[in-house]
Design a protein around this ligand. Structure first.
Ligand code: C2E
Ligand code: MG
Ligand code: MG
Length: 709
């Protein structure tokens, strides 16, 4: 046997194996390996002492080399059977070749089979062990994650509670235990239903029911709880539903954060926003919101009442005794008011010394009147502050109305206006809202607000009333009297708006306009009638007298109309001359110096300040209409004497005297007899248009023809 024979065998074996097994080594390495095995096989076969186990070793080596394809063994055995007999020639004598081949083949097959079996056992074992290892690892991972979860549950600052679907609590973490004061064991005795707070919003429990029914997966809300010791905590609560693998609700987990501190802070801020810090009463903001609530609800038949209080003379207390005393007084008033009211009535401080009480669902004005009386008597006792004993007085405006008839702003305004009526009525009292009075005050307010625009748009006009010489019975002058042709209210007399104009200051512009208008008219009469033109007498309001520009304005108007100052008379009231300011007097003196006539109007209605008559640069005294009324009866000697004394006094001071309000012949004759110079009144003619004065001057209409005027 040559090496080439061996190689040839190894070569064919290689091909047989490559064709039937998957072999990981390269073809050359495989050929070398099989060549080694071939030598081992042949040498064993030819050994003097034949040991068939060599076949077994080769079989084992084949399995070890992974030559385990399905046809591998068969191919190998066929190859050996075919090839080994070729060795007969070189076999030593006495060797039983056929027997050895059979034994060798058998032993190789047995070695191969047992190696293969062992290998598959090994493989199974490896799989089994790998399985064991994997399970152990999974178990470890689970344990680790559970430990992590446990740690989270235990260490969490958030309270965590777990419960079943019936609401039985099955676990609670230490944070939750601490929050509520229950131990874990106590928690597990509790059911979620025991956690209801009396003031829970219904919606909280509605969503909870949805959750345990599996209709929602979680909800979050702020909810109050009662703790074990009866305290109260506010929590930010999130409840989640946990489902099993089949998606069915399994249990619930609640996360609770204690937000009590934040709530307390919010409540404190809320409190501050709605309360007066000094008295702890509700403030204006609260009043606004409460009224909005009352008016937002269904109005049907509901009534509401307000008491609007303002302390009388509080400023004096504050100014003279200091704010400390004022504050104490306000606090006492606040507590007295609170004691007069029930818990459902809102007592508020509106600012300064103003307080307001809101009473809902009153039955009528009587309820509010009773409350106002109660308040007035509660205020009666003096208040001691430090060493002072202070008397508290208050004026109260009371309004009680159906909710449907008004609104918050009007209601407060009405209470406020009514309070001022209580003050005007003498203070330390209450006044009950009067719709008519309120309407007229609101109307006055509207008039006042629109007056200046009305002056500009020409809604005002001037009428003129004759001033008649009582001796000769001729027209000497006219008094200019203003009227307002209001677009909706018709013609308004001065009693409707002069007072308002005084208050608002609009009288300055209005008075200026009247003066200019009257002077234009005076110029027209002068043009038409020359020296027969009447003196024009214009009323001057107190405020106008205080205008620094008065003298300049009068001078300019006279100049614009080229009028002599003596053709103008200004009527002042005593009221405008009160006070000791130098301005008005100096203005009067200048006007007087220019030659403008100055008359004291309505003398007798005011203060009867006789020294004024001497002090002031006057030319005329107008006796108020009340004297004319007094002279209506010829037997009224007292009035006659008074008028005579006044006329004499006026004449002694070089003043002429006009009697106002002469309505009858009796009055006219009386004033004549008492020495009055001029008369004015319905008897001679009511105020009329310039054309009517024209007619008088032309003699077209007789004086005293009341029908014509
Ligand atoms: P007054 O200056 O005393 O004007 C006389 C008032 O008596 C006028 O009322 C006049 O219409 C009224 N009167 C005339 N005859 C009679 C009569 O026979 N009997 C009665 N009882 N009254 C008579 P009027 O026009 O309503 O003016 C009222 C007051 O308004 C005036 O009183 C005057 O103080 C003020 N006033 C009128 N126009 C002006 C004005 O332009 N400026 C200012 N500041 N006040 C004016
Ligand atoms: Mg007058
Ligand atoms: Mg008068």
């Amino acid at each position: 046997m040559t090496h080439a024979d061996y190689e040839a065998f190894a070569q064919r074996w290689t091909e047989a194996i490559v064709g039937s097994s998957y072999v990981s080594m390269g073809r050359r390495a495989l050929a070398k390996h099989l060549l080694d095995l071939t030598y081992q096989l042949v040498e064993g076969f030819l050994a003097a002492e034949f040991d068939p186990s060599v076949g077994r070793e080769v079989g084992v080596a084949m399995v070890a080399g992974h030559f385990t394809g399905t046809g591998t063994l068969k191919e190998t055995l066929a190859l050996i059977a075919e090839w080994l007999p070729g060795l007969l020639a070189s076999a030593p004598p006495g060797v039983d070749v056929t027997g050895r081949v059979a034994q060798l083949v058998g032993s190789l097959a047995a070695g191969y089979a047992s190696a293969l079996r062992e290998r598959s056992l090994d493989e199974q074992d490896a799989i089994y062990r790998a399985g064991l290892r994997a399970r152990r690892q999974a178990e470890q991972a689970l344990a680790a994650s559970e430990a992590k979860f446990r740690a989270m549950f235990t260490e969490a600052k958030l309270g965590i509670g777990i419960g079943d679907l019936k609401g039985n609590i099955t676990d609670a973490n230490p944070a939750l235990q601490q929050m509520f004061g229950y131990s874990r064991e106590e928690f597990t005795q509790l059911n979620v239903s025991a956690m209801v707070h009396p003031e829970d919003a219904e919606s909280v429990w509605e969503v909870y029911v949805e959750l345990v029914r599996g209709e929602r997966d979680h909800f979050r809300t702020e909810k109050r709880f009662t703790t074990r010791d009866g305290g109260e905590i506010w929590t930010d609560l999130t409840v989640s539903l946990v489902r099993d693998e089949g998606g069915e609700p399994a249990y619930q987990v609640a996360l609770l954060e204690d937000v009590s501190e934040r709530r307390r802070m919010q409540e404190r801020l809320q409190y501050q926003a709605y309360h007066d810090p000094l008295t702890a009463l509700a403030n204006r903001q609260m009043v606004t919101e409460r009224l909005e609530q009352i008016f937002a609800g269904p109005a049907s038949r509901r009534r509401v009442g307000l008491c609007f209080l303002d302390l009388d003379g509080f400023k004096v207390v504050n100014d003279s005794l200091g704010h400390h005393v004022g504050d104490q007084l306000l606090k006492t008033v606040a507590s007295r008011l609170t004691s007069c009211c029930g818990p459902e009535q809102l007592v508020a401080r509106m600012g300064g010394d103003e307080f307001l009480i809101i009473v809902e669902d009153t039955a009528g004005e009587a309820d509010m009147a009773a409350l106002a009386d109660k308040i007035l008597s509660a205020m009666a006792a003096p208040v001691r502050v430090d060493d002072h004993s202070l008397t508290v007085r208050t004026s109260i405006g009371v309004v009680e109305r159906p909710v449907a008839d008004t609104n918050p702003a009007d209601l407060i305004q009405a209470a406020d206006i009514t309070m001022y009526q209580a003050k005007a009525g003498g203070k330390a009292r209450y006044a009950m809202f009067d719709q008519n009075r309120n309407d007229s005050e609101v109307a006055s307010f509207t008039l006042s607000a629109t007056m200046l625009a009305a002056v500009a748009s020409g809604e005002f006009f001037v009428v003129y009333q004759p001033l008649v010489g009582l001796v000769e019975g001729a027209l000497r002058g006219v008094e200019a009297l203003v009227r307002w042709r209001h677009p909706t209210l018709g013609v308004l007399g001065p009693e409707r708006f002069i007072g308002l104009a005084e208050e608002s200051g609009a009288i300055v512009q209005l008075g200026h306009w009247v003066l200019a208008r009257a002077c234009e008219q005076a110029r027209a009469w002068r043009n038409a009638f020359g020296d027969a033109a009447p003196l024009v007498s214009v009323n001057l309001a107190p405020r106008q007298l205080h205008e620094p520009s008065l003298v300049a304005d009068v001078t300019k108007i006279l100049a614009d109309n080229e009028l002599e100052p003596s053709s103008l008379q200004l009527e002042l009231t005593e009221q405008s001359l009160m006070g000791d300011e130098a301005g008005p007097l100096s203005a009067l003196t200048k006007l007087h110096g220019m030659g403008v006539r100055m008359a004291l109007d309505d003398f007798g209605d005011g203060y009867w300040n006789l020294p004024d008559l001497r002090r002031l640069p006057l030319r005329e005294l107008k006796l108020a209409g009340s004297f004319a009324a007094g002279l209506q009866s010829p037997c009224n000697l007292v009035d006659q004497r008074i008028v005579r004394a006044l006329v004499d006094l006026a004449h002694a001071l070089d003043l002429t005297v006009t009697a106002e309000g002469i309505e009858t012949l009796t009055q006219c004759e009386s004033f004549q007899a008492l020495g009055c110079d001029t008369g004015q009144g319905a008897w001679f003619g009511l105020p009329g248009t310039p054309e009517l004065i024209d007619a008088l001057l032309l003699g077209a209409v007789p004086l005293g023809n009341r029908e014509a005027l």
